[in-house]
Design a protein around this ligand. Sequence first.
Ligand SMILES: C=C(O[C@@H]1C=C(C(=O)O)C=C[C@H]1O)C(=O)O
Length: 258
Amino acid sequence: MNFLVGASENAISLEKLREVLIRLEDTIIFALIERAQFAHNEVIYKPGMYKYEGSEEFNGSFLEYFLRESEKVHAKVRRYQSPDEYPFTHPLPDPIIPPLEYPKVLKKNDINVNPKILKFYLEHIVPALCVPGTDLNYGSSATRDVACLQALSQRIHYGKFVAEAKFRDPNLQSKYIEHIKSRNSEAIEELLTNKKVEEALLKRLRHKALIYGQDVTDSGSLNNSPKINIDIVVELYEKWVIPLTKDVEVQYLLSRLD
Ligand SMILES: C=C(O[C@@H]1C=C(C(=O)O)C=C[C@H]1O)C(=O)O
């Protein structure tokens, strides 16, 4: 993860970044397994159910409140002290909580987690992962939701670093510059897409979700009734995580020459 430590021109490598993305697969799968142990608990997603001390005007859901407050804390952490510490010529914002658009300061009601992933997570992932109904574990469910959403957003945000590494490829840089100058998003996306990496990822992800989602008995054998919906993990990556990562890559590159 510390590929930026001692930042220098050589500190960013596509190979290392891919290792980070592979490691984040584990984080995301385990976060989803954590969430799946609790019921859906829909009440935590309904706006206006509770009042919050010191934020009486807030009318969103419990999860939104939780996310907003967590992000306020994260926003106070600055990983880089000065622009000189960035290993990039084009400045990057703080990567801890990665939105698609990157406000420097959170406004009062902002939620910084990628809104597309938030919507999909709440509408498709949680209902598919969790048993329906209410087991009253509201706080536990919401903390797991925050962990899932932050891991997903972090993963998507890495698209920026990946894009920078790809831009630095001496064999491709002139092509990137040409497409950036002509604002050709499709051509940029085509150039940065690596279908083989994507296919390998989806296969690996299915194996991981299957293996990590099993209990291990005392004798060391696996109880193979999975604790997680394997297809939904793969779908999450195929339909959302990979496309949004590429979206971030394209957006980053479009502003690369500014
Ligand atoms: C992240 C990369 O860029 C693209 C996005 C991928 C992803 O989100 O996993 C995989 C391959 C590429 O099409 C990469 O090349 O590793």
